[in-house]
Design a protein around this ligand. Structure first.
Ligand code: GLN
Length: 451
């Protein structure tokens, strides 16, 4: 834990992945754990962890990178994932930067500061879990937790060259995760290795009574399967995921194709398939996620949490002023879009239509998984780009989510792991492995064999 803080002192000025540190408490806990050190320990015993700042931590400031919650210094409870990490005697060393309320792809929507990509600090780390990915890549922590609604674990993992898993919807409790789009949000681990990732998922997965969407399924031992190899594994490659029409850069395609050759050499088979409705995923997602966000963020009213405007004339004025002052531009954009999509007269044309598209996308995946074990493609159409390059063009940024969003809409698990570097910028490129509902085991097995 001390080494983690030393490393933070060394690099944090440049990387800026943390919003809040928990130094005194963490070092005290580490000391107690040292003294109590039992003979056999679990793998996370005393290991420092960083937590995305939309996961509630008792007594430790939780801001969602929003000015609205800048004074939310003393949350009254821990999220279920934090309870579970505490049971393993993990040590939370701080809270990580993100796009405000997890809306964004570069961490530039944080209302505090930009996090930089540790490989080259002129570049974005990705988002919205940019702090979570950068902290692991910069060696500040061994692992972090992020959240993924439309790619926010996998895309920053890809940009920063680390391993990030979005679990099956329902595998990890959302209790204590500040809701963005409740039907899509999942918490998951970011790590340097596939093996570490399996250990962290093992600790945080499992049924939770406080989350009505939590699945009651048996949790397998993810570690047991790591060395089983990929002989006979049936890999599907969606042609849409390698198509230049979807904006996939040639060098990304090249690195993914090279990875597929590795899988073949290890005994897997590779076939081309189609996910024909993928092209509608981005449009459907931005309607659905924004609609859910507009409802979820209604709780930030200036009465119950955080920001409260001064000099309000009446209750409506208090709502208006608090929300105008407390929310950033992107959050306001999503609330407006979602409110519009849900309003009577437009509901059938937008929200309902998007739900129907979601079903078609899910069926595309179900169909492929009748014959295949995993789907493999890139995580993001491009490697990381420069800070400031896309921030004024939200639509281009939304379009870049084309490869991660279908996975959330279908509810299946997906991982990003490094598969090479860009020839131009020398920044990492990510490979995405997707499996059937609750089949994280097969993702770990495939990823470990490749890694
Ligand atoms: N880029 C997506 C968005 O802005 C991803 C968000 C997420 O997964 N939290 O909505």
């Amino acid at each position: 834990v001390q080494a983690a803080y030393d490393r933070i002192d060394e690099v944090e000025e440049e990387v800026k992945s943390f919003l809040t540190l928990n130094k005194e408490q963490a070092l005290e806990k580490a000391k107690q754990l040292d003294e109590a050190m039992p003979e056999t320990t679990n793998p996370l015993y005393g290991i420092p962890a960083g937590i995305k700042d939309n996961i509630v931590t008792k007594g430790l400031r939780t801001t969602c990178a929003s000015q609205f919650l800048s004074n939310f210094n003393d949350p009254l409870y821990d999220a279920t994932v934090i309870d579970k990490l505490n049971k393993e005697q993990a040590v939370v060393i701080g809270k990580l930067n993100m796009d405000e309320f997890a809306m964004g792809s570069t961490t530039e929507n944080s209302s505090y500061y930009d996090t930089r990509n540790p490989w080259n600090t002129d570049y974005v780390p990705g988002g919205s879990s940019g702090g979570s990915a950068a902290a692991v890549a910069a060696g500040e922590v061994f692992y972090s937790l992020g959240s993924d609604t439309g790619g926010s674990i996998r895309q920053p993992a890809s940009f920063c060259g680390v391993v990030g898993l979005k679990p099956t919807y329902g595998l990890v409790s959302r209790f204590g995760l500040v809701a963005f789009a409740s039907s899509l949000d999942q918490i998951g681990p970011l790590t340097r290795t596939v093996e570490d990732n399996a250990y962290v998922l093992q600790a945080i997965a499992g049924h939770c009574n406080m989350d009505s969407t939590s699945a009651n399924v048996d949790i397998p031992n993810y570690h047991d399967v790591l060395k089983d190899g990929v002989k006979g594994l049936k890999i599907a490659v969606p042609k849409e995921y390698l198509s230049s029409q979807e904006g996939i850069q040639p060098e990304v395609r090249e690195k993914v194709e090279a990875a597929l050759e590795v899988f073949k050499s290890l005994g897997a088979t590779v076939d081309e398939v189609s996910l024909p409705h993928s092209k509608y995923a981005v449009a459907a997602y931005y309607l659905l996620a924004s609609s859910e966000a507009s409802a979820n963020l209604a709780r930030f009213d200036g009465i119950r949490y955080g920001q409260r405007a001064e000099n309000a004339e009446n209750l409506i004025d208090l709502f208006k002023k608090s929300r105008s002052e407390g929310f950033g531009e992107e959050v306001k954009r999503r609330i407006m879009l979602g409110t519009f999509a849900l309003s009577s007269g437009y509901y059938d044309a937008y929200y309902k239509k998007a739900q129907q598209v979601r079903t078609l996308i899910k069926q595309d995946f179900d169909k492929v998984f009748e014959d295949y074990d995993v789907i493999i493609g890139p995580t993001s159409p491009t490697p990381a780009y420069k800070i400031g390059e896309k921030i004024d063009d939200p639509l281009t940024m939304y379009a870049d989510d084309v490869l991660t969003i279908p996975v959330n809409l279908a509810g299946v698990p997906g991982m990003s792991l490094p598969c090479g570097f860009s020839n131009d910028s020398h920044l990492p490129i990510g490979l995405q492995i997707i499996a059937k509902h609750f089949d994280e085991k097969t993702i770990y097995r495939a990823a470990y064999a490749y890694e």
